[in-house]
Ligand binder design. Structure first.
Ligand code: SF4
Length: 732
């Protein structure tokens, strides 16, 4: 039976669901208050305090939040109006933070599970938890003479700078095994690294200067809602908005023109456009001569190998539309392209991104206000990483950490030898829900001697651990956040006391270090105590203060949110970071990593016999990977995983909306509800990836660990072709 705490009051439900329903199509909501007892208390309290927080999730927007606290309880969160990107608003997910913090099913105490996967949990003290973890680490070290059998798998659940205390924990006990790479965006990072030298996008607020904007495989109406305001304003200013996507998304529905493309053929469209631009002398020869390497070879390739008819056949887009798009893009000044992350989750994903980058280069739209080929930026991430960088204990032997592939995690854990992996530490990740080949990932967990997770909720990965450590939300400990998209720096203040016995990651690291040193003096170099606010301050250096125009850290404390003062237009002064210091249409680096040096077309994967549908599993508006969908407000909006099916396919298979269907291939299957929609093409199915806490649903049971074509240079491992997942579907 649902506990009293867990029930939504009728008032809150109606208020939340109605408003959320109205605005959720854009992923936006107004600020909500807590209901019930907390709201009643708040109404009588004139001593409300406001704190500055930041959303640390893996989201383009990294919002600056204003948090209202009354009697020690958060009663409201809203966007900080001082931040011109956040604009005083949060998305539907951000507004649910009040529900996340006080969720009755949040993990509030350290717990031990008797029998991994059994659900037989008991509450233990932090001292017991630290003792058990420390004993396991020390036992491994004694048995193997090394801490390499301990594997850390941590990534994007929390990007607050203090969260790097997890990596610091590992460094401070010796060399360990690390899951390296990233599932999200590596092929695109490498593509841009080969072309430009690194990822570096214009300030998204610069979209206001664009005259033509191609939203290529990106859905900001769901995934970067604050950029949508800018896009709408640009549109009012006369910027033409084009959406290219296999799905008629919420963003595409608001564009001036929607071009539905066959998945994984983006490179063919870009090269078809390049051919038109070349044939019609619409390229910027001056810019290419001054800034680019390999343009003659590129034009030679395009001229000899690409026709518009070929591009039309590959992409499913008529020749006339390709011509129109190419002409408009090449003649608009400035013209901008925003490249999404979905298109690079293919075996030819990096090559596709390189072909799109090339369009910006040949038309001279690089280094320009309102122009560019936007993907991401890490220009504002120059912290000290003081929480992370720690020396190994004295006497540590070996050559350094061992890397295994995060994108083939289960198999690589099982295959590791000399020494084998015996213990896992999982933080800010939910690999059982998010990784491909889930059944192999589960086997890897089963093979461990000891598994520690640190998390907010009892998710699928926590269920496979021996000890779970409860962690704080952004409101319960201090930190600082920057974005991989915009150029704001947001302070995160501690607004409330930690719920239950939750700890921040640096506190966990310090507590474990104290216990390890008690059991075995000198075995861990992490400090054993310290003030968290001081830890945050130590992350700053002169470079980052200067970048944000700050005199010192106190000035950030005063302002709460500040924007970078320079570097807002990527490559404005050229200075490309490639080996030639030019934009490289011809990249020897790409060749070194097994790719063609030019941005040529790499054939897309074809459906194998028996599995005629490509199943795309993109982000859903109510979650970020496995976060948020479990919050009660999200469940109130939708608690039913579904698969989108084209009406003709549904008719052929006798499927109606709401029918239970099975999506399957030779790897596994998921059972879910059918939703018939004309927003996709007949050869495509869409299943939004999410973790539903009360549903046995995980699309990754069908996803194979097929590597993307790029990613190894910049991130250590290739990306993963999540969207080259071929399946069949049947009515249950
Ligand atoms: S999920 Fe993204 S848009 Fe929503 S509050 Fe967090 S950073 Fe902002």
């Amino acid at each position: 039976m649902m506990s009293e705490q867990c029930k939504l009051s009728r008032r809150t439900f109606v208020k939340g669901a109605a408003a959320a329903g109205a605005l959720a199509s854009l992923g936006l909501t107004a600020g909500y208050e807590l209901s019930g007892l907390q709201q009643a208390k708040a109404q009588n309290n004139v001593n409300a305090q406001t704190f500055r927080n930041a959303c640390p999730r893996n989201c383009y927007d990294t919002c600056a939040i204003l948090t209202t606290v009354e009697d020690g309880v958060i009663t409201k969160v809203t966007g900080n109006p001082d931040n011109t990107y956040t604009r005083g608003k949060l998305c539907v997910k951000g507004n649910s933070y009040t529900r996340m913090v006080y969720a009755p099913d949040r993990i509030k105490y350290p717990m031990r599970q008797k029998g991994r996967g059994s659900g037989n949990w008991e509450r233990i003290s932090w001292d017991e938890a630290f003792t058990e973890i420390a004993q396991n680490i020390l036992k491994i070290k004694e048995t193997y003479g090394s801490t390499l059998p301990i594997c850390l798998n941590k990534y994007s659940g929390n990007f607050d700078i203090m969260h790097y205390g997890i990596e610091g924990t590992m460094a401070s006990i010796g060399y360990t095994t690390r899951a390296i790479g990233t599932p999200c965006w590596p092929a695109g990072i490498d593509a841009q690294t080969f072309d430009f030298g690194t990822i570096y996008n214009n300030d998204p607020e610069d979209i206001l200067n664009s005259k033509y904007l191609i939203l290529w495989g990106v859905n900001p109406a769901w995934c970067a809602v604050h950029s949508m305001y800018i896009i709408e304003e640009a549109k009012k200013n006369g910027c033409k908005i084009i959406a290219i996507d296999p799905i008629l998304t919420a963003t595409a529905s608001r564009a001036d023109m929607f071009i539905q493309i066959k998945p994984s053929t983006d490179g063919a469209l870009a090269l078809g456009m390049a051919k038109y631009i070349y044939d019609n002398n619409l390229y910027d020869a001056d810019w290419l001569i001054r800034n680019a390497k390999g343009y003659e070879e590129f034009f030679g390739y395009v001229n000899n190998n690409i026709t518009l008819e070929w591009a039309a056949e590959k992409t499913g887009i008529p020749v006339a539309v390709i011509e129109q798009l190419a002409r408009e893009y090449a003649t608009a000044d400035p013209a901008n392209i925003w490249i999404g992350y979905g298109m690079q989750r293919h075996t030819n994903g990096g090559a596709n991104v390189r072909a799109i980058d090339a369009l910006a280069a040949i038309t001279g739209n690089v280094g320009k206000k309102g122009g560019g080929a936007q993907y991401a930026q890490l220009e504002t991430w120059g912290f000290n990483y003081h929480a992370m960088v720690k020396p190994q204990p004295e006497g540590t032997t070996g050559d350094g950490d061992r890397g295994i592939n995060m994108n083939n995690f289960g198999a690589d854990v099982l295959a590791a030898q000399d020494p084998p992996i015996k213990m896992m530490w999982i933080a800010a990740r939910n690999p059982v829900a998010q990784d491909p080949e889930v059944s192999v990932v589960l086997k890897a967990f089963e093979a461990m001697d000891f598994v520690v997770t640190a998390d907010l909720f009892m998710n699928d990965t926590v269920k496979m651990s021996d000890i779970v450590l409860p962690v704080t939300t952004p409101f319960e400990s201090p930190g600082v956040n920057v974005s991989y998209w915009h150029y704001w720096l947001n302070l995160n203040e501690q607004a409330i006391k930690p719920i239950g016995e939750c700890k921040n990651d640096v506190e966990i690291a310090m507590g474990l270090s104290a216990k390890m040193n008690e059991l075995s003096p000198g075995s861990c170099t992490y400090p054993t105590s310290g003030d968290l606010d001081e830890w945050v301050e130590k992350e700053f250096n002169d470079g980052i203060l200067k970048q944000f125009g700050l005199k010192d850290f106190d000035e950030l404390k005063q302002k709460g949110t500040v924007k970078a003062k320079s570097g807002l237009i990527a490559w404005e002064r050229g200075n490309f970071r490639t080996p030639s210091r030019k934009y490289e249409l011809y990249s020897e680096e790409a060749e070194k990593f097994g790719n063609h040096p030019l941005p040529v077309y790499v054939e897309e994967m074809q459906a194998p016999s028996g599995y005629p549908f490509r199943c795309i599993s993109p982000h859903w508006k109510l979650n970020i990977h496995s976060q948020f969908q479990n919050i009660d407000w999200m469940e109130a909006i939708n608690d039913q995983p579904f698969v989108e099916i084209h009406p003709n396919v549904a008719k052929r298979l006798g499927i109606q909306t709401g029918d239970a269907v099975k999506v399957y291939n030779d790897l596994g299957y998921v059972q879910l509800a059918a939703k018939i929609t004309g927003t996709i093409s007949e050869d495509t199915l869409v299943v939004y990836e999410a973790w539903y806490k009360n549903k046995n649903f995980n699309i990754n049971y069908t996803v194979k660990a097929i590597p993307a074509d790029m990613g190894a240079k910049a991130t250590g491992m290739p990306g993963i072709a999540f969207h080259d997942n071929f399946v069949n579907i049947t009515k249950v």
